[in-house]
Design a protein around this ligand. Structure first.
Ligand code: SF4
Length: 478
C-alpha cells in the first residue's frame, strides 16, 4: 500500500442519439478507485465540466449537469502524476475549440512536447495531457486527418497513455499506447446502440454494457464518424507489450478483466502460489483491505489455514472509505491506514498471517502491524503479493522517489529478494516476511513475463525507450 494510480477514462457514443451523460457518470463512479482527486466530463460542444473530489458527488451538481446532454462524450477521474492537484489541471482538458481530451498514463517527455507547441498554446502546459493535446492540435491542422495526425504524434510521445478524445463533430476516439502499459477496453450497450470505451471493464458492467474486447496496444478507434459506428486504425506496428503487472495485484477493480485476464482470478492465484512457496505457521489468514482480499483467500484455501476479516475499513468516516494511495500527502495516507480497524475477537492470542498487496514506503505496513499487536496478536507474519518495489514508475503510477522506497533503502546494493524481505520484515516488526517474485507473479497472472512491465521491481525501463535517470524526492515533486 502507498502507491498512487493515475486516472480512469470513459468515452461513449450512441448511434441512436441517446444521451450518454448518465452512462459516463456511472462509468466514472465505477472507476473511482483509479483516482479520487477530481473528475470531469465533456459532452457535446459544451465547456468541459470539472470538479474536485469524488465522481459520485455529481448528484450535488445535478442542476448544472442538466444542460450536459448529447449522444457522445468523455469523462475522467484523476489522480495527479504530472501537474498540481487543482481544478485547472482536472480533466478532460479543452484543446482550443477543436476537441477535449482525457488521459490515463504519463508522458515522460512532456516538457519537450510543451516546448514544441508554444506557437499554438500561449499558456503554460501544466500537465502532460495538455502538452500532448496541443501538440495533437498542431499536427491535426497540418494533416487534417485524425488517424494520421495521431500516428505522427505517437512517434514523438514517450511514455504511457490511454487517451479518450471528443472532437467538435461529436466523434469519440480511444487510443492506447503501443506497449499497452495502461488498460483500455471497448464495450457496447445494445439497447441504446452505445459504444463505450473505459479504462476497465468494471465500468462497462456498471452501465450494463457488454464487453467486446481490449483496445489493442498501438490502436486508435473512432466511435461515430461517417459510418456512425466503429472504425479501427493501427498507428504503430505490433511490438512486445508492457502491461503493468501492478494493475493485477493492486490497482484494477477485482471484477475487471484486463488483457483477457480476470483480476480477481489472478489475485486469488497469487495467494495460492504464495502459500505453496511460503507456507507459514498461523491460526488465521487476514487480508489488508481491500485489494489483498482475494489473495488472502487463495492463501487460505491452499494452506488450509482459515481466513477471517481481522482488519476492517471504517467506512463511516471519509478517510476510511478511500484507498491510501489516492491521498496526495503522506500524512493523509497514514490517516487512511489508521482508519483500518483491527477486530480484536479475530486477532487476540492468535498467530496471524497478514496478506498485503505491496510495500512502498513501509509506513502503512508498520501502522497495521502495530495495530494488530495492540489488538493482542501473539505473532504477526506477513506475505506480500507484489515483489519489492525499488524503482519509481514513469508509466502512470506515482510511486515515490527511489530514496523513499523501503526496499531500495534496505537493499543497500544487495537486491536479492530474500535479503530485502528479511530487512523489510525487521523494519516493520513482523516475525516472518515474504515477497512474491517476478516468476511467481507472471505465473499466477497467466501472462508471459515478456509481455508485462516490471520496471518498478527490476529497474528495466528498456521498453519505455529512454533511460529515465533517477530523480530525488525534491525533483519528483517539482
Ligand atoms: S513500473 Fe510498475 S507500476 Fe509502473 S507500469 Fe511498470 S509495473 Fe506498473
Amino acid at each position: 500500500m502507498g502507491a498512487r494510480e493515475a486516472c480512469g477514462v470513459v468515452g461513449a457514443y450512441s448511434s441512436r442519439g441517446v444521451d450518454v451523460t448518465p452512462k459516463i457518470l456511472k462509468g466514472l463512479e465505477a472507476l473511482q478507485h483509479r483516482g479520487q482527486e477530481s473528475w470531469g466530463i465533456a459532452v457535446d460542444s459544451k465547456p468541459v465540466f470539472r470538479k474536485m473530489g469524488l465522481a459520485f458527488n455529481w448528484y450535488n451538481y445535478a442542476q448544472e449537469l442538466a444542460g450536459y446532454k448529447g449522444p457522445s462524450g468523455i469523462g475522467h477521474v484523476r489522480y495527479s502524476t504530472k501537474g498540481r492537484s487543482n481544478l485547472d489541471n482536472a480533466q478532460p482538458v479543452q484543446i482550443g475549440s477543436e476537441f477535449s481530451i482525457a488521459h490515463n498514463g504519463t508522458i515522460v517527455n512532456a516538457e519537450q512536447i510543451a516546448q514544441a507547441v508554444s506557437g499554438v498554446y500561449k499558456g503554460k502546459c501544466g500537465t502532460d495531457t495538455k502538452a500532448a493535446g496541443y501538440r495533437l492540435l498542431q499536427i491535426l491542422r497540418e494533416e487534417n486527418d485524425w488517424f494520421y495526425a495521431f500516428e505522427r504524434l505517437s512517434k514523438e510521445l514517450v511514455g504511457s497513455y490511454s487517451f479518450v478524445i471528443l472532437n467538435r463533430r461529436g466523434e469519440v476516439f480511444a487510443v492506447r499506447d503501443p506497449r499497452g502499459y495502461r488498460p483500455l477496453c471497448l464495450g457496447v450497450h445494445q439497447k441504446s446502440r452505445t459504444y463505450v470505451v473505459a479504462s476497465e471493464s468494471c465500468a462497462l458492467s456498471a452501465i450494463d454494457a457488454e464487453f467486446l474486447r481490449d483496445i489493442e496496444p498501438g490502436e486508435m478507434v473512432r466511435l461515430g464518424g461517417k459510418q456512425r459506428g466503429l472504425e479501427s486504425f493501427r498507428f504503430a506496428p505490433k511490438q512486445e507489450t508492457a502491461y503493468c503487472s501492478f494493475e493485477y495485484t493492486y490497482f484494477a477493480h477485482p471484477s475487471s478483466k484486463i488483457n483477457g485476464i480476470s483480476v480477481y482470478g489472478a489475485r486469488k492465484k497469487v495467494g495460492r502460489t504464495l502459500a505453496k512457496r511460503h507456507r507459514m505457521r498461523g491460526d488465521v489468514v487476514i487480508p489488508v483491505p481491500d485489494s489483498a482480499r482475494p489473495a488472502a483467500l487463495g492463501y487460505s484455501v491452499e494452506s488450509g489455514i482459515p481466513m477471517d476479516e481481522g482488519l476492517m475499513k471504517d467506512r463511516y468516516r471519509r478517510k476510511g472509505s478511500i484507498r491510501s494511495f489516492i491521498e496526495p500527502r503522506q500524512s493523509g495516507r497514514e490517516e487512511v491506514v489508521k482508519r483500518i480497524i483491527p477486530i480484536r475477537e479475530v486477532i487476540e492470542k492468535k498467530e496471524v498471517i497478514v496478506v498485503d498487496d505491496s510495500v512502498v514506503r513501509g509506513t502503512s505496513s508498520k501502522i497495521i502491524v502495530d495495530s494488530l499487536k495492540k489488538a493482542g496478536a501473539k505473532k504477526v507474519r506477513m506475505v506480500v503479493t507484489f515483489p519489492p518495489i525499488s524503482h519509481p514508475c514513469y508509466m502512470g503510477v506515482d510511486f515515490p522517489s527511489r530514496e523513499e522506497l523501503l526496499a531500495h533503502e534496505v537493499a543497500n546494493g544487495d537486491n536479492s529478494i530474500p535479503t530485502i524481505a528479511k530487512k523489510v520484515g525487521k523494519a516493520i516488526g513482523v516475525e516472518e516476511f515474504y515477497y512474491n517474485d517476478i516468476d511467481g507473479l507472471s505465473q499466477a497472472i497467466g501472462l508471459p513475463k515478456s509481455s508485462m512491465c516490471f520496471a518498478c521491481i527490476n529497474g528495466d525501463y528498456s521498453k519505455l525507450g529512454i533511460d529515465p535517470g533517477f530523480r530525488t524526492k525534491k525533483e519528483m515533486k517539482a
